[in-house]
Design a protein around this ligand. Sequence first.
Ligand code: NDP
Ligand code: ZN
Length: 370
Amino acid sequence: MKNLRVLQEKPAAEFKPVQMQGFAMLGIGKCGWVKKSIPEVGPYDALVRPLALAPCTSDIHTVFEGAIGERHNMILGHEAVGQVVEIGSEVKDFKPGDRVIVPAITPDWRSIEVQNGYHQHSGGMLSGWKFSNFKDGVFGEYFHVNDADMNLAHLPDDIPLQSAVMLSDMMTTGFHGAELANIPIGGSVAVLGIGPVGLMAVAGAKLRGAGRIIAVGSRPVCIEAAKFYGATDIVDYHDGDIVEQILKLTGNKGLDSVIIAGGGSDMLEKAVRITRPGGTVANANYFGTGDILPVPRLAWGCGMAHIDIRGGLCPGGRARMERLVDVVRYNRVDPGKLVTHVFKGLENVEKALMLMKDKPKDLIKPVVLV
Ligand code: NDP
Ligand code: ZN
């Protein structure tokens, strides 16, 4: 009798067509629309339709710099909130019609690496990043989510879609920079780069109790947002060497914590140079060039300065997203300030992606409402 009731209460999966459209990487340097079969769901999976999408700087690295190697006709995108369309037989906590936050990182929760504490690397280094890496991403009419109960989070009605979509990657990544940075209460922090990731690192550093927060960037829209999120000092990297500028600000002492969230492969070296002995360098940036990342020998105390160098892919999964929901619901941080451009309709995902590539002066982050 009990089982029968459960069966009757379960809403029927909605009608869906067989084929769908998606905006894809056709090959390195090329993207366009493709038609594909709608993904099948396994027993633990869900099929989701996007409600809001955002392109990421990582999508640009993927398509235009070949960051993850060659891919053909792979649907792009890993930042989404959506609505569940279909669930597998073993999914317990979600049903068709539910609105959900979809993390950029959707690990296999049954893996040795997860048991070792690094879900981002479940199944091998960086393997928790599946969308638009190992499988089709979210820039389609539908997309597949593995292990739905472990990876999706319910989206509360009181968080606007365009703010919610900032949780799946920008907020978790920026906050992770702050988490890795070992910030003492009242500690001094520099955030190198204040695009959306760096801005969330500024907000994360403030949440973690930082005192002084020096933000490095140049575009006025980002500088204004950095101040909004908690930056106390701004350094423009066009005004001269940031190492000199920041050391001057700290009376040559250096900082407790430095978070890298932009710039090229020389940023690691610069970060070490502005960190005090015993401090921490935390990297959230993608280093796209060079086989070796140089570390300055003397500034690193010939290897004995107790300056930790850390870096990591952003955390994903359900528990992480639920915590970020509470950060927003309880008014700790408003990610909506990141969104400078809003488009309507899936077809505009292409325009939004190109904005992310060109980074016009007034852009922090574009969102597409579907
Ligand atoms: P943006 O390109 O929007 O921002 C980059 C920032 O770096 C801007 O503020 C820019 O300033 C600044 N910058 C550029 N060159 C320099 C320089 N030479 N010195 C100091 N600052 C500089 O990037 P996002 O915020 O979108 O992403 C940042 C990085 O994070 C990317 O590499 C992205 O791939 C990576 N990423 C990492 C993730 C992870 O899990 N670890 C997840 C998502 C993204 P200005 O605009 O004024 O020129
Ligand atoms: Zn991303």
